[in-house]
Design a protein around this ligand. Structure first.
Ligand code: TXA
Ligand code: MG
Length: 334
């Protein structure tokens, strides 16, 4: 049975107790909902992988209430240790995940990092998640709370649709404000590398630390564990996507951006932002993909046509997710 909890303090405490006792709980962050368990518990981590149906070569992010807690798990004597401290001081709590060499004494399970010598560390923003992490007072590993390869959840109802009965509790902290996963930045080498564009823009990062190298997505059948989040098919609805469409054809649902030129009476449509605001578009993206997929299938649509979006600012991460959703599907995803 999956317990349904809301943001009352005693419910946050209940969620923290379940996690502390080795259970797994979905909770909201500013980016998307995560499915959390103790990063030091092999059994909790193995339950997370199996609830999601996630392949074990794809490592998890560990979440902390503060940068101080997060950096205890990392070896900051690495070449980019100072960069990590600068970024944390400026952007944590917030939608940024840092990949750093693991501290030799870190007790985070090997299964969290898929046996890599690095760890993914994040301090999320949001009162409920901060309170939860403070109460647990130990690293909490949490992938996005969706079935592997599917669209990430940006509200608690999305989590319930996919994981009810497979996890111990859902803490409903309301809709996620950012709506896209965190930006993943690799600081484990000599130069910063962007592994996943996300809720914090590249511009914001580069203003502080200078140019960042972008890592190209892996081919769909490449299972290399080096930058696993780069798999090209990911975040996928059931219906195929057609990008850069000018208008939907007769059998397509429509994902629009900006002032609308037409309405569809017989097929579903969703506008990401009538005022062409990329922040609003990011926050509405996953709910829109879920809606169009569900309603489009009911109405016999063959695909989802997607209007052109700019690629500056958050548009970079939005287009990254749309391209992955449109990529050919491998047998094994995420
Ligand atoms: O916003 C987010 O990041 C959300 C919330 C819940 O925090 N979490 C999230 O987790 O999106 P997930 O598991 O869906 O994505 C984590 C990404 C994956 O692409 C994974 O491959 C990458 O981080 N990752 C984790 N550990 C890594 C490591 N040691 N080296 C390289 N990539 C890593
Ligand atoms: Mg995910």
């Amino acid at each position: 049975m999956t317990e349904w909890l809301d943001v009352r303090f005693d419910h946050i405490r209940r969620a923290a107790d379940i996690i502390s006792q080795g259970g797994i709980v979905a909770f909201g962050t500013e980016t998307v909902y995560g499915l959390g368990g103790l990063a030091r518990s092999r059994s909790a981590i193995s339950r997370i992988y199996s609830a999601k149906g996630r392949p074990s070569f794809n490592p998890l992010i560990s979440h902390f209430a503060s940068a101080e807690d997060a950096f205890r798990e990392a070896d900051l004597a690495c070449p980019l240790g100072t960069t990590a401290r600068d970024l944390a001081a400026r952007f944590w709590p917030g939608p940024l995940t840092l990949i750093l060499p693991r501290h030799p004494e870190s007790r985070i399970c090997d299964s969290v990092s898929a046996a890599l010598p690095t760890l993914a560390l994040r301090v999320p923003r949001g009162r409920a998640v901060q309170e939860l992490l403070r109460l647990v007072n130990a690293p909490v590993a949490a992938p996005s709370a969706n079935r592997s390869g599917r669209v990430s959840p940006s509200c608690a109802a999305h989590v319930r649709e996919e994981l009810e009965g497979r996890i111990d509790a859902i803490l409903d902290t309301g809709p996620c404000i950012v709506g896209l996963e965190s930006t993943v930045l690799d600081l484990s080498g000599e130069k910063p590398r962007l592994l996943r564009p996300g809720g914090l823009t590249r511009d914001a990062l580069e203003t502080l630390i200078g140019p960042i190298e972008q890592v190209a997505p892996l081919a769909p059948d490449d299972h290399s564990p080096l930058s696993p989040g780069q798999l090209s098919s990911h975040y996928a609805p059931t219906l195929p996507l057609r990008l850069e469409a000018e208008r939907p054809d007769n059998h397509e649902a429509w994902l629009g951006f900006g002032p609308s030129e037409f309405t569809l009476s017989d097929r579903p449509s969703w506008n990401l932002s009538l005022t062409a605001d990329l922040g609003e578009a990011a926050a509405r993206l996953y709910a829109g993909l879920r809606y169009l997929d569900e309603e489009g299938l009911k109405k016999g649509c063959t695909s989802i046509a997607v209007q052109h979006l700019p690629t500056e600012g958050l548009g970079d991460a939005i287009m990254d997710r749309l391209k992955r959703a449109a990529a050919p599907r491998p047998l094994l995803r995420e």
